[in-house]
Design a protein around this ligand. Structure first.
Ligand code: OGA
Ligand code: ZN
Ligand code: ZN
Length: 389
């Protein structure tokens, strides 16, 4: 092993020490790690709570000049470090590889959702009893939501409250104002356009929360009225095209805060937020769009026209036939949508032609993805000491 603080050459066979980081040969590749990062992720029983694997080490106590005094690579499998704070640590090669934070490794681990448009006629469809009773089917259903942001579960027992029972199998109900289980049917006293027989253009629900519900389950107990076909639209696909065609319009939608409100006689929800919010990698994380719930813009004078210009472009894309998938659901169909990605809607229906009643509950995408990881057995953090010699 060569230890050299000045050598800028990174060799796949040797650990190379730099001023603030090291390059470690791991299974024929080189993994670069900062000293502070390695010290922070020591997995010894002093640094972790043995019972729970949580961090005991208080990160802010790591000295800024933390560095190794000696480093040894044991048989290509274990990295041993003695630190200048007197501590010793060990890391398995497998752990170092799994946590490689090079651009290439991070790119390789990144989940890429499959964006879709109006040609996506085969929405992933599952049988209720399968999803509820068979882990593989439930994993496939959760995977579909992760990939496409939409899935249909058929033959849900057409019983009021069934949607909540289903929600509790895959996660937790996110309660909001109004009802815990929302009833959507023709109701001349209802507080929402959903309670009329009119068309509902593609929208996301509850944009009037700072964090809108990120999953929505719509369970069609009975759908026997004429019309009322459902629509789904991949909002992230629309935004990807808008961004490519008119990045200024896209930026405007990320910047201008829009007020949204949903209210009834007794309840109120209100927030202001831009239609598009990005994650720290600049990718769309949250999209909210509900034309009927927007309140008067309250922004700087110079933002008004750019906003309407961008909104016109976006709205026309959403209203076009290029992205929308329409289909008629049957009694017992349960439609799941990723509420920060996929817009849902319905065509107008004839309220005198037959019964139409659906129940929705909201959930959180994070809980569904956690459920998927638990079912896959991949949720527990890997110990850096697993397999060390
Ligand atoms: C809703 C909704 C669609 C429908 O309840 O949020 O959009 O098919 N309903 O009635
Ligand atoms: Zn330790
Ligand atoms: Zn809705």
């Amino acid at each position: 092993m060569t230890v050299s603080r000045t050598d800028n050459q990174v060799l796949a066979e040797e650990v190379t020490l730099f001023d603030r980081s090291m390059a470690v040969p791991v299974h024929g590749e080189v993994v670069r790690c900062h000293y502070v990062w390695l010290r922070d992720n020591c997995w010894c029983s002093e640094c972790r709570v043995a019972q729970t694997q949580e961090r005991r080490l208080f990160t802010a106590d790591i000295p800024p000049d933390i560095a190794p005094t000696s480093v040894a690579m044991d048989g290509d499998e274990t990295l041993h470090i003695r630190w200048n704070d007197g501590h010793t640590s060990a890391y398995s090669a497998a752990w170092l590889q799994a946590h490689d934070y090079s651009d290439r490794a991070r790119q390789g681990r990144r989940h890429e959702p499959t964006l879709w448009d109006a040609t996506f006629t085969s929405i992933p469809t599952f049988e209720h009893d399968d999803v509820v009773t068979r882990d593989e089917a439930q994993i496939a259903y959760l995977e579909a939501i992760r990939q496409y942001g939409v899935a249909i579960v058929r033959n849900t027992p057409p019983v009021p409250g069934e949607v909540e029972r289903f929600a509790q199998v895959i996660g937790h109900v996110r309660e909001t104002a109004f009802e815990r289980i929302h009833n959507v049917r023709h109701d001349p006293t209802g507080y929402s356009v959903a309670h009329t027989a009119s068309e509902l253009r593609p929208h996301t629900d509850m944009p009037s929360y700072r964090w809108p519900p990120s999953i929505q389950l719509l369970n069609f107990l009975v759908n026997e009225a004429t019309g009322g076909e459902s629509t789904v639209t991949d909002g992230w696909a629309v935004l990807a095209d808008l961004r490519a065609e008119d990045s200024a319009a896209f930026d405007t939608l990320c910047r201008v805060a829009v007020p949204f409100q949903v209210f009834s006689e007794e309840e109120d929800t209100f927030t202001t937020a831009p239609l598009v919010e990005l994650d720290t990698d600049g990718r769309v994380r949250t999209f909210r769009f509900s034309n009927h719930l927007v309140q008067p813009l309250d922004v700087g004078f110079d933002e008004v026209e750019p906003f309407y210009t961008a909104y016109r472009k976006l709205g026309r894309m959403i209203a076009s036939d290029r992205y929308k998938v329409a289909f008629k659901t049957s009694n017992g169909d349960l439609l799941t949508v990723h509420g920060h990605r996929v817009l849902h809607g319905r065509l107008a229906f004839d309220a005198t032609s037959g019964a139409r009643h659906l129940q929705d509950v909201y959930m959180e995408y994070d809980d569904l993805m956690a459920r998927r990881r638990v079912l896959l057995g991949s949720h527990r953090p890997k110990s850096a000491l697993e397999g060390v010699r």
